[in-house]
Design a protein around this ligand. Structure first.
Ligand SMILES: NC(=O)c1ccc[n+]([C@@H]2O[C@H](COP(=O)([O-])OP(=O)(O)OC[C@H]3O[C@@H](n4cnc5c(N)ncnc54)[C@H](OP(=O)(O)O)[C@@H]3O)[C@@H](O)[C@H]2O)c1
Length: 222
C-alpha cells in the first residue's frame, strides 16, 4: 500500500482547519497543523491527539514550515488573510496541490455572495502560485461543526479546481474524511462552489439551520 501523503493545514488552529486535521488524522494521514504561532499549532495538535490517542500522527509547525514539509497543502484561513498567506507560501507550495477551503466572505454580510475581482479565492490563489501549482477547492460548503462531529454527514463535498488528476487526489482526501466527493469541474467552477456558501448561510439563517448543505442526486458515482 502506498504511504499516505503528508498534509499541512494552514490555519489549522482555527475552526474549519482543526476539523479537517482531526478527520484526516483519524483516517491515518500524517498531518501538520500550521499557525502563525508554533505554540498555538502545538496546542491544537495536542487537542487532536488527546481525542484520537497517541498514535495519531498530528504535529504543529509554523505555517511556512508546515507547507515546506507537506506533500499537499490545505489553506484554511479567513479570506481577509488569504492573499497575504498565499504570497508568503508561494515558494513552499511549488509543484504541489493546494486544497483551498477559503470562502471570500465579507463580514458582517456573510449571507450575501461576494466575489473577488479574480472571480474566486481559488482563482486568486492560482494567480499567486503560478502554473506549477494546482489549486483545488473543497469543503467550502461544510460547517466546522460537521467536521468536528463523529456523525456520518448527510451532505456532499464539491471538488472543483485545476486538473482532473489533482481533483481525483483531493476527492480521495474528501472520501477519507468521511464525505461523498463529486468532481465539480474546472477552476472556473470554484466561483459557484464558493458563492454557494453564502446561499447556505442564508438558508441557515432563514430556516434556523443548523448546518445546511448540498447533496447531489440524480446521478450515480463512478
Ligand atoms: N468555519 C466554517 O464552518 C467554515 C466552513 C467552510 C469554509 N470555511 C472557510 O475556512 C476558512 C477558515 O475558517 P475558520 O472559521 O476556521 O476561521 P478562523 O477560525 O477565524 O481562522 C482560522 C485560522 O486562520 C488564522 N488566521 C486568522 N487571522 C489571520 C490573519 N490575519 N493572518 C493569517 N492567519 C490568520 C488563525 O490561525 P493562527 O492565529 O494560529 O495563525 C486562525 O486560527 C475561511 O476562509 C472560511 O471561509 C469555514
Amino acid at each position: 500500500m502506498d504511504a499516505k501523503p503528508v498534509l499541512a493545514v494552514i490555519g489549522g488552529t482555527g475552526k474549519e482547519g482543526r476539523g479537517l486535521a482531526y478527520r484526516w488524522a483519524r483516517a491515518g494521514y500524517p498531518v501538520l497543523i500550521g499557525s502563525r504561532s508554533p505554540q498555538r499549532a502545538h496546542d491544537a495538535a495536542q487537542v487532536i491527539r488527546d481525542r484520537l490517542g497517541p498514535d495519531a500522527q498530528v504535529e504543529g509547525r509554523d505555517n511556512l514550515q508546515a507547507a515546506r514539509e507537506a506533500d499537499i497543502v490545505v489553506l484554511a484561513v479567513p479570506y481577509a488573510a488569504h492573499r497575504a498567506t498565499a504570497q508568503a507560501l508561494r515558494e513552499a507550495v511549488q509543484g504541489k496541490i493546494v486544497v483551498d477551503v477559503t470562502v471570500p466572505l465579507q463580514p458582517p454580510k456573510v449571507t450575501k455572495v461576494h466575489l473577488p475581482p479574480e472571480g474566486s479565492a481559488a482563482l486568486e490563489a492560482q494567480a499567486i502560485f503560478g502554473p506549477e501549482v494546482q489549486v483545488v477547492d473543497a469543503f467550502q460548503n461544510i460547517s466546522h461543526h460537521v467536521l468536528w462531529s463523529d456523525a456520518t454527514p448527510e451532505m456532499d463535498v464539491l471538488v472543483a479546481g485545476r486538473g482532473k488528476a489533482a481533483r481525483q487526489t483531493v476527492m480521495r482526501l474528501v472520501e477519507d474524511a468521511g464525505f461523498r466527493a463529486w468532481d465539480a469541474g474546472p477552476i472556473e467552477n470554484t466561483i459557484v462552489v464558493e458563492g454557494l456558501t453564502s446561499v447556505l448561510l442564508y438558508i441557515n439563517k432563514r430556516y434556523g439551520g443548523p448546518h445546511a448543505g448540498v447533496r447531489i442526486v440524480g446521478v450515480a458515482q463512478d
